[in-house]
Design a protein around this ligand. Sequence first.
Ligand code: FPP
Length: 249
Amino acid sequence: MAEINEVNNKNIPKHVAIIMDGNGRWAKQKGKLRVFGHKNGVKAVQSTIEGAAKVGINYITLYAFSTENWNRPQFEVNALMELLVDTIQKEIATLNKNKIRLQAIGDLNTLPKKAREKLQNAIDKTAQNEHMTLILALSYSSKWEIINAVKEISNQVASGNISSEEINEKLIDNSLSTVGIPHPELMIRTSGEHRISNFLLWQLAYAELYFTPKLWPDFREQDLYDALLSFQKRERRFGKTSEQITEPN
Ligand code: FPP
């Protein structure tokens, strides 16, 4: 596993997005209930955020609860919601100490009222922090977000505020819940699954994808550094040729 001093601090992605996967399998391997895996996932979250703050990542987005996760057994949904909001509440002091601002994206109206209030409280209490932004994707799905953006833009066209000719990438960016946040340059998914699973489909258009077989509860800051080393070895061409990237004009 990589150490922090192996990471080139001149080539750090501004925004890293993570699909934290494998909590259930991790618990099952230990003969425990799935919720035990989610609880242990919190340690991975803490270590990863600590590592991200140390290397100077500006934004980190964690896929904490997808729209599809509402279809899990009610017991697991309740336990997960409780764990998420309790952890957020408990971490406010640490977030402030490390100057980390909390934000959330997703259909937050679908969260239980109490969870929504606690989440909003943590967002408000950390709003002034400027070292790093931690974005939790909660009740989030990219298709939901894109549908909302399309509705908003169509309303603007219908009301005559803009013409359809004015629809461009910037307008779409500004209509998504990630407005103002740079697109992730690196997306990490744990647990050996090679899918994007309805996560930031528009925003990940040019992201480097990194997959690790590690299950989320075992993921630590050194695993983040491994992902960063892999990112730093890649040539990001954005549709250009290799020569255009490496040779000055
Ligand atoms: C995926 O594993 C994980 C989740 C759906 C929830 C992630 C939540 C946490 C790690 C809790 C703490 C998070 C924060 C931000 C405080 P899975 O259940 O899909 O695992 P499986 O694929 O092995 O079944």
